[in-house]
Structures are given as C-alpha cells and as structure tokens.
Design a protein around this ligand. Sequence first.
Ligand code: 5GP
Ligand code: ZN
Length: 114
Amino acid sequence: MEDCVFCSIIKGEIPTDILYQDGDFIVIKDINPMAKIHLLAIPKVHFPLLSMQTEEGVQVVSRIIHKISELAEQLGLKNGYRLMINQGEDAGQTVAHLHIHILGGENLDARWIN
Ligand code: 5GP
Ligand code: ZN
C-alpha cells in the first residue's frame, strides 16, 4: 500500500531495526515508546482495521498473539506484557495498518496509551 509507513518499513524503504520477523509479521521498537519496552507487531499484509480483515488477516493476528508468547523471554518480557490494538478514531489510531502494541519491561499499572 502506497503512503503507508509500516508497508515502507516492511519493504525496507525506511531503515528500521527488526527484532523478529517471519513470513507473516515483523516486530520493531515503537519510535515513541510509552513504556520501558514498547514494541509493535505488524502483519506484512496491509489492512487498516480489524473489521477489514481477510481470512488471511485473521490467521496472521492469531499467529502473532501466539508467537509473542513464545518470543516473550527473548524480547525482555518474561515478567509479563500488555497487548493493545487501537481501532479507529476514538482509540486514537494514527497508522492505518493494523498493528499490535506490546508493552512491558516495567510495572504498567493502569497506564493507557494514546
Ligand atoms: P497507533 O496510534 O496507530 O495505534 O500507533 C502507531 C504507533 O506507531 C505509535 O505508537 C507511533 O509512535 C509508532 N510509529 C509511527 N511511525 C513510526 C515509525 O516510522 N517507526 C516506528 N518504529 N514506529 C512508528
Ligand atoms: Zn501498510
């Protein structure tokens, strides 16, 4: 998708440190971290919202959630983490390419992100 920052990162057009990747998704550090560890898991397939998912998208999101639990220790999240998806305007979604925030590395209490 043109003019999508996450598609550009996935294509390698914007140099970014990729912490993990496989055929389905990448994990990168958020450029503006809201916790000691703030990562983004980004499906390689472009779709803006959960409501716009194809069957492929459904599979990828479920794989990502499962895979993050396997990667937790390697990502520095062995004490736990919070997953979050901002959906649309009311949630303050700023990048229209579905992504899962992964927050941890400290006690998050009831912190919200925006
Ligand atoms: P949203 O508000 O859409 O749920 O989250 C988008 C996230 O992407 C924000 O936390 C923002 O800091 C992050 N972000 C935006 N542009 C870039 C970028 O070019 N590189 C990285 N690593 N993160 C980005
Ligand atoms: Zn995209």
